[in-house]
Unconditional design. Sequence first.
Length: 138
Amino acid sequence: MGCDAAPTGQQPTGESAIGSRDHVRATLLRAAVALARSSARQERVQRLLTRPGVRLEASADALQASTSGLQAQLRTSVTAYVQRLHTDGMSPEQTVVQVKRTVQEATSAELDPAEARALMEDVVRWTVDAYYRTSAAD
């Protein structure tokens, strides 16, 4: 999965451009790694909570901010990919299957089953929303 580096401020072109399967896979992989790291952090936080006088609010806020930013990037990438599939004539059912397959391929080694299920639910919801928003715009 080679990504050509784009000059600063420009989107990559070709298969690594937003709206491409490669872009979605790369974004999903980053999300999966972040989720796995988040789980590890949560375990450490739970251990820290047992210590008296530990203050974790700032750490929790920073984790939430980074997760939210990555989730927004992922949603943008999925939305662009769905719009591309729709424009190419793919049916809603085929689009959902294609996006789910992409999610499974990109995240299978990184996430535990609960994390994978939660991510899949979000991505499927975004897929359906994007597909029908694109249909309404036609």
